[in-house]
Structures are given as structure tokens and as C-alpha cells.
Design a protein around this ligand. Structure first.
Ligand code: FJE
Ligand code: FE
Length: 352
């Protein structure tokens, strides 16, 4: 199956940068530890007072009293605006050339789109797309008749599995903004039936403590849990911090994690590090949690995303993400011949 025959099914791939179309990612990322105390096996809740007294007494500076192995920044990159879809502008953070994927995360785009631009009919297979609206609204329609509009604060968690074809377009006049995260599925889940989990803004778990407001899109924070089922174990937290506030968020030790700053300036990981501003992505080292300080005079809003690495080979061709080149070739055939999950594509077009 050639690229030319694929394009006959639709125009989605004509606008994608060709260097991003087909690539394999390394199966593992190097892991880093920021702590000199990683050999400690104290229970951090019951023993950290003692732990810290010991450090202070030995003359060591107390860098972070909240975690045994605090995560620090290993990479910081500005997500510059680029063209995607049909006339749409996105700031790609995860998935851009300097970073690549952060297993199990393939891509994070902050999109800012107004009609007639958008993401018209295109397919997905082998991963999940998580769309979280920041401002305005987006309408989606898929080839099995599932459709709706998500508005500021709403969430659509779409498990594409074996195949979805859909359109995602601005729902109103003006600029519509949001985040779209792509989470890889493990080899055993790539061909599952598609599934949607949709939450209205008011149904997203939220909590506030000491000037820090959190919306729990996936996982748990401040003792509050999201109802979303994450097939690839993951957390996704939307924090807004008042000036002068601080937060300490635990993250499972073996997970990869990153932060994307939506608004304001924050200090991440090491309290002595310089502030990082909006539209930057920060990849975190390994560790049991991260601390963040807002020492600016304005609110700081960022998302913290973490997940259990799959440690599997990744072969991506645009919106198809599989484990081998042979599976990608099979996917082209299934898509082109409308089979193995793409049956409903035979006569489907989204309505204008
Ligand atoms: C896609 C190009 C695309 N980021 N953010 C190629 F634009 C897309 C695509 C999106 C997308 C959609 C929304 Cl609503 C938000 C996005 C890329 O649809 F899937 C491929 N393959
Ligand atoms: Fe899509």
C-alpha cells in the first residue's frame, strides 16, 4: 500500500509534515534520579521528620522535604506554534522533534483554532486521544454516529482502539482553545473496540487547598479521584496556583511525567531554579513526586501528566500507532478497504 493510495481516502495526510509521518521511537528512555538519597528506604510519611533532622545535622542543605526522591527538570522546551490539520495552529510539546514521545505519551498539542479551520475527517488506530477544552467549544462527529460538543472545562477521552474516523471542528465563532493528548495503548489493547468517556466540566473532580486549585482529569490529587478509566495507567491534573502558593504532588516512582504550562510563571522541581513561563513543556526526572512554587504576582496554570511506560516498540504513521511496520501496513489496508474496524467508513462523511 503506497502513500498515494492512502490519500485517495481523504485529505488528512496531505498537511502533515512528512518527517513526522513515519518514525520509530526508542523503546526506552533513560531514567534519571535527582536525589542523592535514593538508597533510603524510610517510609516518607512517618520518617521524613527524622530523615530531615539527620540531613540538617550533617550540614546538608534541605533541598526538598516533601519527597524522598524529588523529581527535577531534565528537559525544558518552548512549544512553538505550527500548522496542523486544515489551517489550524497548534503548539506541539510532547511529540515535537526535540522531545519525541515520553512513553506512553505520543503527543500533546495546545490548539487554538477558529472556523473554517479545524481537523476534518481523519482516522485513528492504536492509541487514545484526550481532548480537554480551555476556551470555547469543539464539535466532534464520528463514523458510527457518535457526536457532540465539548465546551470549556469539558473532557473527551476517546479510546480509538482498532479504529475511529471522525472530524473535530470549532463549534462557534472566534478562537476555540484546548489541549489534545495522545496516549499509546499496549499491544494487547491496540485492537480493542473503540470507547468514549466524556465528562462535563461540572463533573470533573476538583479540590482546593492553600491557594492551589486542582481539576483531576485522570488519577488522584488532594485525596480526590477521577472516574475516568485509564487503560494505560496514567494521571492528568490541571493545577491553578495563586501567587505565593506551593504544591507537592506525588507521582508513582516508575512513571514518566511531564508538565505543560498554560499560563503564568512557575518554579518546578528545585526551589532554586529559575521560573519557567507559559507554553513551555518540562520533562521530569524519575522520583516519587514534584514540588511547584508560584513566586510570581499572577496565577500559574499548568497540567501535570504522568503514565506507566509501556516499554514496547512504537511505529507511527501519522494517526496510526502500532508496534511493527507490518501492523502499520495492515492498518493502511484495513483503512483503504474499510475492514477490521473501519467497516463503517464505507459511505461516511461528516456533515458540514
Ligand atoms: C491528526 C494532523 C492532525 N492535533 N489537536 C495529523 F492535525 C491531526 C489531528 C490533531 C488534532 C485534533 C485536535 Cl481536536 C486537537 C490536534 C492534531 O487531528 F490526527 C493527524 N494525524
Ligand atoms: Fe482526531
Amino acid at each position: 500500500m503506497t502513500k498515494k493510495t492512502m490519500m485517495m481516502r481523504g485529505g488528512w495526510c496531505s498537511s502533515i509534515n512528512s518527517h513526522l509521518l513515519f518514525r520509530s521511537f526508542p523503546t526506552t528512555r533513560p531514567t534519571y534520579s535527582s536525589s542523592a538519597f535514593s538508597s533510603s528506604c524510610y517510609n516518607k510519611r512517618t520518617n521524613y521528620k527524622f530523615f530531615f533532622t539527620a540531613i540538617t545535622m550533617s550540614g546538608r542543605d534541605n533541598e526538598n522535604p516533601y519527597f524522598e526522591t524529588p523529581r527535577s527538570v531534565i528537559q525544558k522546551v518552548l512549544a512553538k506554534a505550527q500548522h496542523e490539520g486544515e489551517g489550524a495552529i497548534v503548539r506541539r510539546s510532547i511529540g515535537r522533534l526535540e522531545i519525541g514521545s515520553v512513553d506512553p505519551f505520543l503527543m500533546l498539542d495546545e490548539f487554538s483554532v477558529s472556523l473554517p479551520s479545524g481537523f476534518p475527517d481523519h482516522p485513528h488506530r492504536g492509541f487514545e486521544t484526550v481532548t480537554y477544552m480551555l476556551e470555547g467549544a469543539f464539535t466532534h462527529q464520528d463514523f458510527s454516529g457518535h457526536e457532540g460538543t465539548i465546551r470549556a472545562g469539558d473532557l473527551q477521552w476517546m479510546t480509538a482502539g482498532r479504529g475511529i474516523i471522525h472530524s473535530e471542528m470549532p463549534a462557534g465563532e472566534g478562537v476555540q482553545k484546548g489541549l489534545q493528548l495522545w496516549i499509546n495503548l499496549s499491544s494487547k489493547d491496540k485492537m480493542i473496540e473503540p470507547r468514549y468517556q466524556e465528562l462535563k466540566s461540572k463533573d470533573i473532580a476538583q479540590a482546593e487547598k492553600d491557594g492551589v486549585y486542582v481539576r483531576v482529569i485522570a488519577g488522584e490529587a488532594f485525596g480526590i479521584k477521577s472516574p475516568v478509566y485509564t487503560r494505560t495507567p496514567a494521571m492528568y491534573l490541571d493545577f491553578t496556583m495563586k501567587p505565593g502558593s506551593q504544591v507537592n504532588q506525588s507521582i508513582p516512582e516508575s512513571w514518566n511525567a511531564f508538565i505543560y504550562i498554560i499560563e503564568g510563571d512557575g518554579i518546578f522541581g528545585n526551589p532554586a531554579s529559575p521560573p519557567v513561563s507559559s507554553h513551555h513543556v518540562i520533562v521530569l526526572s524519575s522520583g516519587d513526586g514534584v514540588s511547584v512554587w508560584n513566586r510570581s504576582g499572577n496565577p500559574l496554570r499548568f497540567v501535570l501528566v504522568g503514565g506507566q511506560p509501556l516499554n514496547e516498540p512504537v511505529v507511527q504513521y501519522g494517526p496510526f500507532v502500532m508496534n511493527t511496520k507490518a501492523e502499520i501496513e495492515q492498518t493502511f489496508e484495513d483503512y483503504h478497504l474499510c475492514k477490521n474496524g473501519f467497516e463503517k467508513a464505507t459511505h461516511w462523511r461528516s456533515r458540514p
